[in-house]
Design a protein around this ligand. Structure first.
Ligand code: TRP
Length: 329
């Protein structure tokens, strides 16, 4: 039997190359090796009051993007959180044994509370319980998460342990972090900052077309060029080379590496090549994305079938949890 993996996807914005070479690529690998449940965390998003007209569309867009990248509903169970209401019952049970003090101490809560002081709601406070419920609902043993989620994972393990101890059972496994940050290739920003990220405002999106990509790449920060043969590269130039090593052929990389070493490099040429190679990388994904986006019926069917599969697994857990707690099945 394959081990079970659960991961939640925040339905915020569009995927950029940093996401692709981070979380998305890990998901693509994991769907082959594990029994995966990937869901779009639309209930979690209510902590920040999204507009009603955006909820369904945000979920559809992010679903289309992951599918376009190669997430496969034949291999993984892909669903929208709000389609699997079983998670709410587990959320309630877990909340009954989640203590105010420990929830208040979470750094993610404190940060959010600081960011939105006029809306410090109970959903924000109990975000770790809902996340634990997402994971424990399928009795997952592994969860691919970034560094920022480690405390939430601690909480999930604590809630699992607490339930087991309280009822004298070995029901929930303690879910382990499957650290994304260690395995992922880090995509640099082209603005001199170390990494590509939404908050850095330096993203190249998977849906960007050739002209947009070119504009972004041509603006990349550079330096005054190599001053002597075979010198070490400054960070901004190394970033460009890192990018080349990811999206271009080894020959292309070698070509510019040699040009660097003999001081004949022209950054304009390097950028043009890089822009063309990124555009070529994006092209098939963009094409598939356009197809999915034009076919909401297909997207909705995939989501519906995913939800059915997820509910099957969820039902089993909830039935047993109810019995353990002392309810009728
Ligand atoms: N909290 C995660 C994030 O902000 C999203 C998430 C919600 C999640 N539920 C989850 C991730 C369950 C892993 C497992 O990115």
């Amino acid at each position: 039997m394959k081990e079970t993996v659960v991961s939640g996807i925040r339905p915020t914005g569009n995927l950029h190359l940093g996401n692709y070479f981070g979380a998305v690529k890990s998901f693509l690998q994991m769907q082959n090796d594990y029994n995966c449940y990937f869901f779009i965390a639309d209930w979690h998003s209510l902590t920040t009051r999204p507009k009603p007209e955006n909820i369904v569309n945000s979920a559809r867009t992010i679903l289309a993007e992951y599918l376009a990248c190669g997430l496969d509903p034949e291999k993984a169970t892909i669903y929208v959180q709000s389609d699997v209401k079983e998670v709410l019952e587990l959320y309630l049970f877990l909340n009954m044994n989640a203590y105010l003090g420990e929830l208040e101490r979470c750094t993610t809560f404190k940060e959010k509370a600081r960011k939105q002081p006029d809306n410090v709601n109970a959903g924000l406070l109990t975000y770790p319980t809902l996340m634990a419920a997402d994971i424990l609902l399928h009795r997952a043993v592994k969860v691919p998460v970034g560094k920022d989620q480690e405390q939430n994972m601690e909480m999930a393990r604590k809630f699992a342990r607490r339930f087991n101890t309280m009822y004298g059972v070995e029901f929930f496994p303690e879910p382990q972090n499957f650290s994304l940050s260690e395995k992922a290739v880090k995509i640099p920003g082209l603005d001199g900052s170390g990494k590509m990220g939404k908050s850095e405002g330096n993203c190249i999106y998977l849906m960007d077309d050739e002209a947009t990509i070119k504009k972004k790449v041509m603006k990349a920060v550079t330096d005054q060029g190599p001053q002597e043969m075979n010198s070490t590269r400054s960070e901004v130039i190394e970033n460009l080379f890192t990018f080349l090593s990811i999206v271009s052929t080894p020959d292309t990389y070698q070509y510019f590496d040699e040009k660097w070493n003999d001081c004949s490099i022209r950054y304009g040429d390097l950028k043009k090549q890089l822009a063309a190679d990124i555009a070529a990388f994006n092209a098939p994904i963009r094409e598939r994305l356009a197809e999915y986006m034009a076919n909401t019926e297909l997207l909705d069917r995939i989501a519906r079938e995913g939800a059915e599969k997820a509910r099957e697994s969820a039902r089993k857990t909830i039935d047993e949890v109810r019995q353990i707690i002392g309810f009728r099945k």
